[in-house]
Write a protein that binds this ligand. Structure first.
Ligand SMILES: [Zn+2]
Length: 276
């Protein structure tokens, strides 16, 4: 049956010597894998349609509910701004691979909306034009704003992925005793939940700290608000806040790595590049 869908290219891969495979996250939030027969013979067409991070519209012959053969396609939005430099490409690869690893089974348009929103935010920001100066001068205050944005962005994306995967616990109460959280708090992995100062669950919980209480608050806020609101909700950039944001990112990574049972290649590349 001939079908038409719109979606974001997650991945392009060689299918055989002459053919290309394209993995798309559709608007409905499903991964669709299409074979583009002979597409490599038409280089221009192939690059435009199958470029990771492009929003495309495709008409295809359906094979199963998640596979098919591409008949024709066109680019709806190419997000060219994001693909212009190495820094933003690294971040793009990371969020695409994260999304690919997270979307399994049931359709969930939340994944599509999250990815589409993230591409819009990446297109708008000017931090990539400055080319991660923070990579070289991590401690320089001039660059703190850029790295702050990056960690806020990555953290937000992962909080939402964790939420969509159903891994987000109640961030308002202690996961062990149920008392409201306040003061000093421990982050508990692999599920994203928190423990009060008096509790321990014997797993890999962090030390109880005031920054733990911040993280619980930020996660609670990011789970239900838009990225721009979250950005303005976060305290002004400072070394201390940066440390908490980085620490939260680290716990979110641990949760996702536990869930995916692997460390993503693009994650290793990105974190090596930004020097953490
Ligand atoms: Zn407790």
């Amino acid at each position: 049956m001939l079908r038409t869908e719109q979606g974001i290219v997650i991945k392009r891969f060689p299918y055989s010597e002459a053919n290309t495979g394209i993995k798309i996250l559709t608007e409905e939030g499903q991964i669709l894998t299409l074979t583009a027969y002979g597409i490599l013979s038409s280089k221009k067409r192939s690059n435009l349609i199958s470029e990771p991070g492009s929003l495309i519209s495709v008409t295809y012959y359906e094979h199963t509910h998640s596979t098919g053969a591409l008949k024709e396609g066109n680019v709806v939005e190419d997000f060219e701004e994001i693909k212009k430099n190495y820094d933003s490409l690294l971040v793009l690869s990371y969020i695409l691979e994260l999304t690919d690893a997270a979307v399994k089974g049931e359709k969930n348009s939340g994944f599509y909306n999250l990815l589409y929103g993230a591409l819009q935010e990446m297109k708008k920001t000017d931090i990539f034009e400055r080319g991660f100066k923070m990579k070289k001068n991590r401690s320089s205050l001039d660059n703190l704003g850029d790295i702050f944005w990056l960690y806020a962005f990555l953290g937000f994306y992962k909080i939402r992925i964790v939420k969509l995967l159903g891994l987000l616990g109640d961030t308002g109460i202690c996961a062990n005793c149920g008392n409201p959280l306040g003061g000093r708090v421990k982050f508990a992995v692999p599920d994203v939940s928190f423990l009060c100062e008096n509790c321990t669950d014997g797993t890999s919980a962090s030390e109880a700290s005031a920054s733990g209480a911040h993280m619980a608050e930020w996660i609670r806020f990011a789970a239900v608000n838009r990225f721009q609101k979250y950005l303005s909700y976060l305290p002004p950039t400072s070394e201390t806040i940066m440390e908490s944001l980085t620490e939260m990112d680290h716990y979110l990574n641990r949760t996702l790595e536990y869930f995916f049972s692997k460390i993503l290649t693009s994650k290793i590349q990105l974190y090596k590049y930004i020097g953490s």
